[in-house]
Design a protein around this ligand. Structure first.
Ligand code: SF4
Length: 121
């Protein structure tokens, strides 16, 4: 069978057409670097995604601090991870780089602040 993928590893977003047989990659076209093949293989066996979202900040000059995961987690765990992140709140000041939740859902991935929020003075 033929499956189409858009590689999300870099901004090029290569459109890949892959021939799959019994869940195994047989051949592919459209990728312009080896990472594309690794991406398709990962998608076939253990698809993963990152999350970029925001968390409420109390007393901050901005109401929200942007956060992301340090490593992608299994795609089917994104909803549960979003719920865990939604339950968090922070108190200003918040520094970029601060880990606000370690090993989300037990995975090797932390929730990290990507934009500082100063105190609202
Ligand atoms: S195949 Fe390579 S160049 Fe194309 S999007 Fe993926 S990582 Fe980027």
């Amino acid at each position: 069978m033929t499956r189409e993928f858009t590689c999300i590893i870099c901004p090029n977003g290569c459109e890949i057409e892959a021939q799959i047989q019994d869940g195994v990659l047989v051949s592919m076209t459209g990728h312009t670097c080896p990472k594309g093949e690794a991406y398709v293989k990962q998608e076939l066996t253990d698809p993963r995604r990152n999350i970029a979202t925001s968390i409420l900040v109390k007393g901050g000059e901005l109401p929200l601090a942007s956060v992301r995961l340090t490593n992608p987690i299994p795609k089917d765990q994104i909803f549960a991870a979003m719920e865990a992140i939604k339950a968090l709140s922070l108190t200003a000041p918040v520094q970029a780089g601060t880990i606000v939740l370690e090993k989300i859902l037990g995975y090797d991935s932390d929730v990290i602040v990507t934009k500082s929020v100063d105190l609202n003075v």
